[in-house]
Design a protein around this ligand. Structure first.
Ligand code: LLP
Length: 431
């Protein structure tokens, strides 16, 4: 469930008409719902209640301090992929001892920093990285908790750019090599073999690949646990969300897609995986990103012009691919709805931004209600991999972000000033 819905033809986030937020904070604008973040976290937490578990929010999906604070206050740990994300977690009051550190290219500085902060585990992606962690830990006189990331070679069946669990990807260590890697790791100084981790991909809407991967890897976890005394098994992130009918799905307790497929609910996910996981007797770690943040955020944009060509009805808006790159990058679908609902016939439209690239679009040939200059639209399901993937391309200022909590709203990222964009630059001394 999420907290975006129409009331009297006005799109609301919790207690606020989004139009009031645009008036106050300007456009384009990311708006996040604290109630939705909380609801999604609690649903997953409850579904897993029968096993010892730790949810580590994949903050790569949304690393705004206020989002981190919301989830941290609920007990969430964090899946971080850089020293920067770990520093952000700490800045937001998150608990480093509940952080797992993933990524194929951890630098010595990042490893030393994470050791100093006392993170829960490094998710190790290669043997050279294992050796580096051991070396740095020895130098700084710490013991590094580690988990090898196993690549189970299971096809998640998602978009090629977000599938990670097959041997064609750079991630993890091949299933067949994992036992040997642990045997060698056990001989390296200053390492504690704390668990095993996997992650097969993102935006999985079917539970089957999760089940296949867990069932394939669990016997190996049991064997390694018997040898090395593990604390945890991390099954990664990847739970998919509803994009196509995001608005309607928010109001339903359970939901079938228009094609009649059930979406992956936390309960279904837990019911399928827990029997296998429970038998291991280890803490289950999860790294959900999109499931927690995706439908908790929208991007609001203003219509600047309507441009009709012989073939197309272009709706030109003030947000662009630098604000939300998913449609350009992955051909992703984001539902687009007006802040003020109106009747009338739908018009096939292309919603495009002002950037000088033909890839700068949010929708193509999409049936949309008639809109005009000055109207506002909301791009739904933009809470995950939205703002975090934004850039200053075309010297466009980064968008403001607002958190809503019931009838309260707060600016949780100010809009970037134009001077901020080039504040790190200077001309050369001879110029
Ligand atoms: N754990 C690991 C090791 C990951 O690599 C990821 C995502 C997650 C957890 C969280 O996955 P989630 O629960 O959010 O599916 N930018 C792309 C998605 C990239 C995902 C990268 N890894 C998009 O916009 O769809």
């Amino acid at each position: 469930m999420h907290s975006f819905c129409y009331r009297k033809n006005e799109l609301y986030c919790e207690g606020f008409p989004l139009s009031a937020l645009v008036t106050k904070y300007g456009s384009p604008l990311y708006v996040y719902s604290q109630a939705t973040l909380t609801d999604h976290y609690n649903k997953l937490d409850t579904a897993l209640a029968s096993v010892d578990h730790q949810i580590c929010f994949a903050m790569k999906s949304n690393s705004n301090l206020a989002v981190i604070r919301t989830l941290g206050n609920l007990g969430s740990g964090f899946d971080v992929v850089s020293g920067g994300e770990l520093a952000r977690t700490i800045a937001a009051g998150g608990d480093p001892s509940k952080c797992v550190f993933a990524g194929v290219g951890k630098t010595e500085e990042e490893i030393a920093f994470a050791l100093k902060q006392g993170i829960y585990s490094f998710n190790v992606e290669s043997e050279p990285e294992l050796q580096r962690i051991s070396r740095v830990a020895t130098r700084v006189k710490k013991v590094a908790p580690i988990a090898v990331r196993v690549n189970p070679n299971v096809d998640a069946g998602t978009h090629a750019k977000i599938t990670t669990g097959t041997y064609a990807n750079k991630f993890g260590i091949q299933f067949e090599q994992v036992a040997g890697v642990y045997a060698r790791a056990a001989k390296l100084p200053n390492l504690r073999l704390r668990g095993l981790q996997m992650h097969i991909g993102s935006q999985l809407t079917d539970v089957k690949p999760f089940r296949q991967a867990v069932e394939k890897v669990a016997p190996m976890v049991a064997e390694l646990n018997a040898k090395y005394g593990f604390d945890f098994f991390s099954i990664g992130g990847g739970i998919g969300i509803v994009y196509k009918d995001a608005l309607a799905s928010g109001e339903a307790k359970w939901w079938k897609t228009p094609e009649g497929r059930k979406v992956l609910t936390p309960q279904r996910y837990a019911d399928t995986l827990l029997p296998t996981l429970r038998s291991l007797g280890l803490k289950v770690v999860l790294e959900p990103g999109r499931f927690l943040s995706g439908n908790a955020g929208v991007l609001i944009t203003r219509v600047e012009f309507i441009k009709r060509t012989g073939k197309k009805n272009f709706v030109i808006v003030d947000a662009a691919m630098n604000d939300l790159i998913r449609p350009a990058f992955y051909d992703s679908f984001h539902q687009i709805v007006p802040l003020k609902k109106r009747g009338g016939a739908l018009i096939s439209s292309d919603v495009v931004g002002p950037i000088c690239e033909s890839g700068d679009y949010f929708a193509k040939d999409r049936p949309l209600p008639k809109v005009g200059e000055g109207d506002h639209l909301a791009l739904l399901s933009a809470g995950a991999y939205g703002s975090v993937m934004s850039s200053n391309y075309n010297s466009r200022a980064l968008t403001a972000e607002v958190l809503v909590n019931g009838t309260k709203s707060a600016l949780v990222r100010r809009r970037q000033e134009l001077e901020d964009i080039w504040s790190l630059e200077s001309v050369a001394p001879w110029q």
